[in-house]
Design a protein around this ligand. Structure first.
Ligand code: ADP
Ligand code: MG
Length: 600
């Protein structure tokens, strides 16, 4: 456990880079500040000694004023040094957090694009951001407090034995008992109970999140909270575990802990009573009273010190989980950088015996798939849902790397091409193309940042977006997602097409939309698609077979394999899977026409 924490810390300090020294300086200053904080107690002791020596002729205690000022000076100095310490640790902590963010982002930039399909980029960024800020608290405050408090405890123990070892031991005994009580709560067989209790708490918050996500369903189906059995179960489980843990584990040790941290007096008074007769006899009673006064004041700060250490230790735990999340981001697989990049000769696309299996999946999504798209051709990928069409399309812009075989663009293995060169050559429109919360102009311009306003407008025009711009309050400068301006699925698809048109890349990879097929949008999308694909090399996933009639080649993917390929006529003649799909499609189309006829 301890070893792991240390390595956590060294990982964090590793991120601090050149600011690591500043952290150490801050910690040393914090220790010095806490040690300085002990000095006023010595001054109090000195003042008390002088006062008691001259009692009751108080005016004779000439040095008391000086001790008072000294105590004030030390206290103030301690605060000033602590301030400097926190300054150092904060500077280092901010730099460390910013380094973590930078390193995380840099790492994610090298991750395959497909990674962001299964891990929403916004979520990743939030997770990284949150984790980085959590380390900030540890480095800026908790660590300084831990080091400072340890220094303070050492100074305290030394001081305790300087004046009167026996009374010191009495104070210390109280502290030792409360620490032992704490340990009982958290170690041995109780550690298991604590872990169970924490797991139940975790479970409850997870079930709570699920519940909140499910609220729309609850409302639609008029259900009550009781229908969320998992959530209810988790709450009851947590409540039972918490009660059990409190009643059986915490009750006694926590009572002991609180009693002794707050009441170090409990030991001090009996010891003093025991020592008093001896002191009277030996004539050093004044010194004895001074010491007693000192320990009475001093014992009160023990509880503060212990509380501070506990608090700081919880910061350590938080930082440890934060670091876990940072590690998760940093362990995302990345592409290796290309040593000697190859430049694609032309726009030919070739799948050579490609097999691809998603991480964590047993079945390959593509199984020894081979086909070629010659420059200028339009090739359609068709087949039943789950056949591997989207997967095949996403291997071309290298969302993922193949498990075996190769995807070639212009004769070059995509793994050997500089990613920027590859991206410049390919424009892709996938079904889940997202628009950002920015103006339409900016959203389209992303495809080519140096494009002029006129070029963007021309691309929007080509993508048949005129009607969208006309109805928006500020036209092309309307920010999407504000003032109630949301675009329908079909409209978003057309803006995404404008983006691809503006990019003006020679290769187009398209996942054609089905979900948004209201007739009006459909006609516009078809026209936009025509403008986009004109004269280019196109790989398109077609869901409506009417759009593939003119394709130069049709690849039928079924369960990750190429079931058959050829032109529409050849495939219909072959009377295989495609012919069946075509027959189904025609039947559905006819059904649609006839049912519309009935309505009319
Ligand atoms: P299609 O586009 O033809 O409907 P896909 O290429 O989307 O098919 O999917 C092919 C297979 O790969 C399916 O079995 C699907 O469940 C699986 N699959 C798709 N995406 C992922 C993913 N991100 N992780 C794991 N498996 C996936
Ligand atoms: Mg698909």
């Amino acid at each position: 456990m301890k070893e792991k924490k240390q390595s956590d810390l060294s990982v964090l300090l590793g991120y601090a880079g050149s600011y690591r020294g500043l952290t150490y300086l801050g910690l040393a200053l914090s220790a010095a500040a806490m040690a300085l904080g002990m000095a006023p107690y010595i001054c109090i002791w000195l003042a008390a000694r002088d006062l008691i020596a001259v009692a009751p002729n108080w005016t004779q205690a000439v040095n008391v004023g000086r001790y008072g000022w000294l105590a004030f000076g030390f206290a103030f100095g301690g605060i000033a040094v602590y301030f400097c310490a926190l300054m150092c640790t904060h500077l280092a902590a901010f730099r460390t957090a910013s380094n973590i963010r930078k390193a995380g982002m840099a790492h994610l930039m090298k991750a395959p694009l497909g990674f962001f399909d299964s891990n929403a980029s916004g979520l990743l960024r939030n997770r990284l951001d949150g984790a980085a800020s959590e380390t900030e608290t540890l480095l800026a405050h908790n660590l300084a407090d831990i080091v400072g408090t340890v220094a303070m405890l050492i100074a305290m123990i030394v001081l305790m034995f300087v004046f009167d070892g026996r009374m010191g031991a009495a104070c210390l005994l109280a502290a030792v008992i409360s620490v032992c009580a704490l340990c009982v709560m958290m170690t041995g067989k109780n550690a298991g109970l604590m872990a169970e209790y924490q797991a139940a708490q975790d479970m409850m918050s997870k079930a709570g999140t699920e519940y909140v996500r499910g609220i729309p369903v609850v409302k639609v189906f008029q259900q009550t909270v009781h229908s969320f059995k998992a959530f209810k179960q988790a709450i009851e489980d947590y409540s039972a575990k918490a009660e059990h843990y409190q009643a059986n584990v915490c009750k006694t040790p926590q009572a002991v802990n609180l009693t002794f941290t707050e009441g170090a007096f409990a030991f001090l008074v009996p010891v003093a009573l025991l020592l008093a007769p001896g002191a009277l006899k030996s004539g050093s009673f004044a010194g004895f009273v001074t010491n007693f006064a000192f320990y009475a004041v001093f014992s009160a700060i023990i509880s503060t010190a212990l509380a501070r250490i506990m608090f700081a230790a919880s910061g350590m735990m938080l930082a440890s989980t934060a670091l876990g999340r940072i590690r998760q981001v940093m362990s995302a697989a990345t592409f290796e950088t290309v040593e000697d990049p190859v430049t694609p000769r032309d726009n030919r696309i070739e799948f050579r015996d490609v097999t691809f299996t998603y991480e964590g999946s047993e079945q390959p999504a593509l199984d020894r798939v081979s086909f070629t798209v010659r420059p200028g051709q339009t090739v359609a990928l068709v087949g039943p849902s789950g056949g591997g069409k989207t997967t095949a399309a996403s291997l071309i812009p290298r969302f993922w790397d193949v498990s075996s075989g190769a995807v070639l663009v212009g004769g070059a293995d995509v793994r050997q091409v500089d990613p920027h060169v590859l991206m410049d050559r390919i424009a892709f429109v996938f079904q889940n193309s997202r628009l950002f919360k920015a103006s339409i102009l900016e959203n389209v311009r992303m495809a080519r940042p140096d494009a002029s306003r006129e070029e963007v407008l021309a691309a929007l025009e080509a993508a048949q977006c005129g009607d969208i711009l006309a109805k928006l309050p500020k036209g092309v400068d309307t920010v999407i997602g504000t003032e109630g301006t949301y675009l329908s699925g079909g409209e978003q698809q057309r803006v995404a097409l404008a983006r691809a048109i503006l990019k003006d890349a020679p290769i187009i990879v398209l996942d054609e939309a089905t979900a948004f097929a209201d007739p009006e949008n459909e006609a516009l999308i078809q026209r936009a698609l025509g403008r986009l694909t004109d004269g280019r090399t196109v790989v398109m996933i077609a869901h409506r077979l009417s759009t593939v009639l003119g394709a130069d080649n049709i690849i039928v993917l079924d369960s990750g394999r190429v079931a058959e390929q050829g032109t529409h006529e050849r495939l219909v003649e072959a009377n295989g899977l495609y012919a069946r799909m075509w027959a189904d499609y025609n039947r559905a189309a006819q059904w649609k026409i006839s049912s519309e006829g009935e309505v009319a």
